[in-house]
Design a protein around this ligand. Sequence first.
Ligand SMILES: Cc1ncc(COP(=O)(O)O)c(C=O)c1O
Length: 458
Amino acid sequence: MLNYPPEPFRIKVVEPIRRLEPAARRAALLSAGFNIFGLRAEDVYVDLLTDSGTGAMSHHQWAALMQGDESYAGARSFYRLKEAIDGIFGFPFFVPTHQGRAAEHILCGLLLRPGQSVPSNAHFDTTQANILARGGRPENLGIPEAAERANPHPFKGNMDLESLERFIEVTGPENIPLGMMTITNNAGGGQPVSLENLRGVSAIYRAHRIPFFIDACRFAENAYFIKLREPGQADRSVLEIARDVFALADGATMSAKKDAIVNIGGFLAMRDEDLYRRACNELILREGFPTYGGLAGRDLEAIAVGLWEGLDETYLAYRLGQTAYFADRLDEAGIPIIQPPGGHAVYIDAGAFLPHIPRDDYPGIALSAELYLEGGVRAPELGSFAFAYTDPATGEFRHPALELLRLALPRRVYTQAHLDYVVDTLVRIRDRRDSLRGYRVTYAPELLRHFTARFEPL
Ligand SMILES: Cc1ncc(COP(=O)(O)O)c(C=O)c1O
């Protein structure tokens, strides 16, 4: 497996962080309604809330910002980004969006009607919510191994192809306006999807004439996993693998805040010209003119540079090595994590860590709150609070497979010493975990409730 290659960069700019005293942390969490999303970032010591938009840009990206062309229409920066998207993704059409969810919003708005279904290996929270918001039905069809915490399957992000066939047969392809795959699978532990599985999924969607869109946020990390783990791929470049992946699809939604290592941005790409024209109309209504979308010209420049940096194999070896280091330290300390670790995060099985807290009392929320109280570390629950939902067609209440806490690693931001600190904090919590209690919800909106909910300890 991976060793832990050191950082392929040195640090030129630093941003101070501070750790509040325990009493101040308690007061901060209380005023946030025990929801770590409600904290002020400056009250957090090590912030593992997300890897989205939190990366450190390179000096090449900062320099590119100065070359941003802010023309309303036809800006040079748009064509720079187009060149990168052509070279990597190969889709002939794209529109820039302010971030990934805006691309999902436009795609769902154009294709999805109430009562229709969208299968995937696992939809992430914003995708699930965008489908539900239009009366659609998100369907997660990951392989059964993905629900087994310690199963060492190398591609736990794969789709179960038999389930997909069965699902299409039962639902009818006319009720499936698009099919998706999330690479890597964020909701399921940041797990990769194999090229072989993507080929299988693509063949099934194509046989039923279902347009296939890839949620491509972490396409470079996924391609590097394919290179490391899939037979026959070791001698191919990550770029070649990525091109093979996108050749299988009809389009992609992309949050550039992940593998393009920028603080804002995204796009929706596709092959179908008619869909592109309709997307342009939606874009003009909601985001902006099709050559800038929801972004400034300088943002387009930073994405164009970042897309290539995200594919650099020395960087990817360090990136996945850092995650593996963190996972190995936690595993040695007996903290139950999803194995093997994913690309952008390590996921603790909060249900196994706190077996005395029932699912309905949210063990992931309890661990998230305690991690902040104990060490000023911020990490979100991705379990029954974030992902459980009521199926609009059947009224059935659906839990996710696991109760997870996600420790996401911002790109090029924290060092090994920061990660050792987080491990030590979790070990102290483990030593008194029987004293932790569950939480009750005091406020929650209907969709994407984890962002703004409030809780109180039971
Ligand atoms: C797999 C996946 N899809 C979509 C999104 C949404 O992207 P954004 O936050 O840029 O709207 C995210 C963000 O975390 C994600 O991880």
